[in-house]
Structures are given as structure tokens and as C-alpha cells.
Design a protein. Structure first.
Length: 257
């Protein structure tokens, strides 16, 4: 028999009985200036941090207007063709009436933000805490930093009306396939996903078609969710058409002969 037998303790929606009943109260721990600080690293406290990231993100972007997410490698150097291409893309999207949202990092993201900012558009960066990157690039005019990838990804999907994907690595692939998955499973309203860089991305498209599709792991209509091109004007036009509600995204472009 324990002294807590028959005694229920409530902590908000949580009920504790028997050996789970603890001493003290939540208010007591909040106001206590002494004692251990391990509680700031526990899961219940993380929930509050997660909530705050959603609140800050929604508050910062709620009045953004039409926007396009641009993804690409943080390792793209300023003298690479992909950098100039991303900068040009940022300008063209602004000229078409879009804000530009990137991950806020260096490389291709920086270039797209630069093109948007220099064109007088809204240049947005959604940063993420990483051990090997240092904050938002200088061309971000409105930035939000996140601890959690899933909160950051929600902002991309909620506030971007389409994705343009430049050559990139693991992070870029993650963003690409998450977008396609969300459209495929109808978790989001269908929006255009454009891969820019035929030489870079053709091997991936070939593998999806010749292996994944051939083995029945995806359907032809899944591939139709992706457009492959080198034409920035086409990429922007697809975004404009989607904004106006003009039908589905164009099918995957075939690799040039």
C-alpha cells in the first residue's frame, strides 16, 4: 500500500496515479529560481517551441501574397552557371508578380534571393539550424529561422504556389520528393514542380521512368507531376498558369536527342 493510493493528481489533461504522483506543482517549478534546468530540454517543452515556430512562421508570411519556392544547393559557387541561372530566375519570378521563398542559405538560394531583392520583390528566407551553415544570406529581406525541419517545410508548402528546383544535393532531393509526394497523395492542392537543368536531372528522371515506373512502383501520372526544362521562361509561365488556374502541370520533358 502506498500513501498515494486512491489519490489522482491532474496536470492539465494528464492524470497521474499511485507511483506516478509527484510532489510540487507546475507553477512552483516555473517560479522556482533554483534547481535543475533539464526541463527545458524535455519533450513537453519542445512542444511549446514547435508551437512557437508555427506561430512565428504563420505571422511572418500570412500577408506574403503569391510566392514560389526555389530550391537548390547551398554549395553552388558564385562563378557556376547555376548561380547566374538562379539569380535570373529570382528576377523573372518577381517580374511575374511572385515573391521568392528559399531556404535562406548560400549558393543557389542566395542567388535566387539576390535576383528577387534587386528586382524590388519580396525575398524570403526560411532558415534552419544546422551545424555547418551560418544564418540567412544577405539578400533575404524577410527571414524566419527554424529549429525543426517539419515546421519549416510546412511554411514552404503553405505559402508557395509552386516549386522550382535547381541542381542540388540531399536537401534539395528531400524537398523535391516531399513536394511530389504531397501532390500525389492529395495532401495539398496540385501545384507545379519544375526541375531546371536537363543535363543535371535527366539521370534521375531516366531512373524513375526505366526502373521505378517499369517495376510498377509509381504510375505514369506520378511522373507527369514533374516538368524538366532548361527554359526559365517556361518555368515561370507554368507558375503563372497555375496561379490563374489553367489546368495541370505540363508533362516531363524528354531528354534531348
Amino acid at each position: 500500500m502506498t500513501e498515494n493510493k486512491g489519490h489522482d493528481k491532474y496536470r492539465g489533461p494528464v492524470v497521474m496515479r499511485r507511483s506516478q504522483v509527484d510532489s510540487g506543482t507546475t507553477d512552483q517549478r516555473l517560479l522556482e529560481s533554483r534547481g535543475p534546468t533539464d526541463w527545458v530540454h524535455t519533450d513537453p517543452w519542445r512542444v511549446m517551441r514547435i508551437q512557437s515556430e508555427f506561430v512565428e512562421g504563420f505571422g511572418a508570411l500570412a500577408e506574403l501574397g503569391p510566392a514560389i519556392g526555389v530550391f537548390g544547393s547551398a554549395r553552388t559557387k558564385t562563378d557556376e552557371p547555376s548561380y547566374a541561372q538562379a539569380e535570373k530566375l529570382g528576377r523573372k519570378l518577381v517580374e511575374a508578380g511572385f515573391a521568392v521563398i528559399t531556404g535562406g542559405g548560400p549558393g543557389a538560394m542566395e542567388a535566387a534571393n539576390k535576383g528577387a531583392s534587386e528586382s524590388g520583390g519580396v525575398s524570403v528566407g526560411l532558415g534552419i539550424e544546422l551545424p555547418f551553415e551560418t544564418g540567412l544570406n544577405q539578400w533575404v529581406d524577410k527571414g524566419v529561422n527554424f529549429r525543426y525541419f517539419f515546421a519549416r517545410k510546412t511554411m514552404f508548402v503553405k505559402y508557395a504556389q509552386g516549386f522550382v528546383v535547381l541542381p542540388g544535393g540531399v536537401g534539395t532531393l528531400d524537398e523535391l520528393f516531399e513536394a511530389v509526394t504531397l501532390v500525389q497523395t492529395q495532401k495539398v492542392t496540385s501545384f507545379p514542380v519544375v526541375l531546371v537543368g536537363v543535363d543535371y536531372w535527366s539521370g534521375l528522371i531516366d531512373w524513375l521512368r526505366q526502373t521505378v515506373l517499369a517495376e510498377g512502383k509509381i504510375s505514369e501520372k506520378d511522373l507527369d507531376l514533374i516538368t524538366l526544362t532548361d527554359d526559365l521562361d517556361l518555368a515561370v509561365r507554368l507558375m503563372v498558369e497555375a496561379r490563374a488556374g489553367h489546368g495541370p502541370t505540363a508533362p516531363v520533358a524528354k531528354q534531348p536527342e
